[in-house]
Design a protein around this ligand. Structure first.
Ligand SMILES: NC(=O)c1ccc[n+]([C@@H]2O[C@H](COP(=O)([O-])OP(=O)(O)OC[C@H]3O[C@@H](n4cnc5c(N)ncnc54)[C@H](O)[C@@H]3O)[C@@H](O)[C@H]2O)c1
Length: 434
């Protein structure tokens, strides 16, 4: 058995800070408040609901993950966030309309008390939003310092032992990394020079890491996926993870594609289209913001199907992803997939999926799990990219040179084996012997 990690205990309160207090963040907070006030099961949360097998099957050891690993308790969580539009978590929840009024009634005063801090925001990066609750500071360096002050104030006022940050803000316009992102020194100079290539989300990451706060990125923005942030997270000993919550259509894709590949069924094309009517959909209606999302969604199939290894099966795949803003649907997205596959002797077949999902209902438990696992990683002495959390992410960052895994089931094994290893248990290989 491996030596268990020395993991600091989860004492005191854990503050969960979300840049972005919109549909996902408010749905996440509401669900946790309901779970602890009324014992509502935190459905969809692997950290809370899933069991983990230990040892060989016949041993029958199968505890809940939350009983196995020393995670923070739901009762110990406190919430905060920044938003240029939402005033507080209740207003955010009411505006986005994900949850019924009857579900919000009993927690409305608590939700109202979670007041959004003024955001570091620049409309240049999110053209469809016009935010008023914004820090009136033109220097990016001053903006970073102001965020660090917010973080410290929140920590003191809420008597937090530890903090984590999960980006639940809008998807920013597409960009590629540039010279200013190469090193921490270049980035800091860029903050002082107000470099155009530094987006708001990057300023939050910098402020979080400088404050010793782990950062998980739920959007496809580069933010944590930059050499300077990887360097900073390693130097300061603070974990990062990204990017883009894996929900909806991509979740389905990473369930189905591994199945087709497992049975050596070929793929000729995969056409995905979505209609979505929430604020996220409105932001993504701008081509420069959609491009960021498109890049994040397109990488998935290639990594799972390995066309270079299986050219006969996956060497000629047309993969198209569309998102259409359609207000009547609100947060209740509809995602269609038309999948053209082929089998024995090349005969074509088709699969159609019509997923009537609820975006924020799928994303909320991911925010909880990322917050709890990032806090665990920090207490376990981790820094740099936490690739073991790629299970939750659409475009996972790699911790080394190899491409990250995209197959949901390999990602699940990786996550559970990481937990087993940290707790001094053998990995489960599912071989005939065990
Ligand atoms: N819901 C899902 O299934 C899902 C899946 C993957 C990724 N995401 C991503 O998660 C993010 C949140 O999604 P959502 O549905 O809650 O969107 P939303 O539009 O309801 O909320 C995002 C909030 O971020 C705020 N914001 C924008 N720029 C900001 C800044 N610089 N600082 C602080 N706040 C800022 C906006 O005002 C808005 O209230 C989006 O980027 C979305 O693409 C969501």
């Amino acid at each position: 058995m491996p030596e268990p990690r020395i993991i600091a205990p989860a004492t005191g309160k854990l503050g969960v800070l979300t840049p972005g207090l919109g549909a996902v963040a408010s749905t996440f907070i509401a669900g946790v408040l309901k779970a602890r006030a009324e014992g509502k099961a935190p459905l969809g949360s692997v950290s809370q609901m899933a069991h983990i097998r230990l040892g060989e099957r016949h041993e029958g050891r199968n505890p809940l993950i939350r009983d196995f690993a020393p995670l923070a308790q739901l009762d110990d969580l406190v919430f905060g966030g920044w938003d240029p539009i939402s005033a507080n978590a209740l207003e955010a929840a009411t505006t986005c309309g994900v949850l019924d009024e009857r579900d919000l009634a009993s927690i409305s005063s608590e939700m109202e008390g979670i007041v959004a801090m003024d955001a570091v925001f620049d409309q240049k990066w999110v053209s469809r939003l016009d935010g008023q609750r914004v820090k009136q500071l033109s220097s990016k360096w001053d903006q970073a310092l102001a965020l660090m002050e917010d973080i410290e104030r929140f920590r003191v006022e809420n008597e937090c032992d530890r903090l984590v940050m999960v980006w639940c803000g809008s998807t920013e316009a597409y960009q590629q990394a540039s010279a200013v992102h190469e090193t921490v020194a270049a980035f800091e100079q860029g903050l002082k020079d107000n470099d155009d290539n530094i987006s708001p989300s990057q300023i939050y990451v910098y402020a979080a890491l400088q404050s010793g706060v782990p950062f998980a990125n739920g959007a496809p923005n580069l933010s944590t996926d930059l050499p300077c942030m990887i360097e900073l997270s390693k130097t300061l000993g603070v974990p990062i993870a990204g990017k883009d919550f894996k929900t909806g259509q991509t979740l389905m894709k990473t369930m189905i594609a591994p199945g087709l590949k497992a049975r050596m069924l070929g793929l000729r094309g995969w056409y995905s289209t979505n209609i979505l009517g929430n604020r996220d959909g409105e932001v993504l209606d701008a081509p420069e913001n959609f491009k960021t999302k498109e890049e994040s969604k397109l990488g998935v199939l290639h990594t799972i199907l390995q066309p270079d290894v299986y050219p006969d099966l996956y060497g000629n795949v047309d993969h198209v992803v569309r998102i259409n803003y359609y207000p009547p649907r609100g947060d209740n997205k509809e995602g269609w997939d038309a999948i053209d596959i082929f089998g024995w002797m090349g005969y074509p077949m088709q699969i159609k999926i019509d997923f009537l999902c609820r975006d924020s209902i799928l994303a909320a438990p991911i925010v909880l799990d990322l917050a709890l696992f990032m806090d665990l990683a920090h207490r376990a002495g981790e820094s740099g990219v936490q690739e073991w959390l790629s299970f939750y992410l659409k475009a996972p960052q790699a911790s080394g040179d190899a491409d990250p895994e995209q197959d949901l089931f390999i990602q699940q094994t990786k996550m559970k084996n990481t937990l087993r290893q940290w707790m001094g248990e053998d990995p489960v290989t599912h071989s005939e012997a065990g």
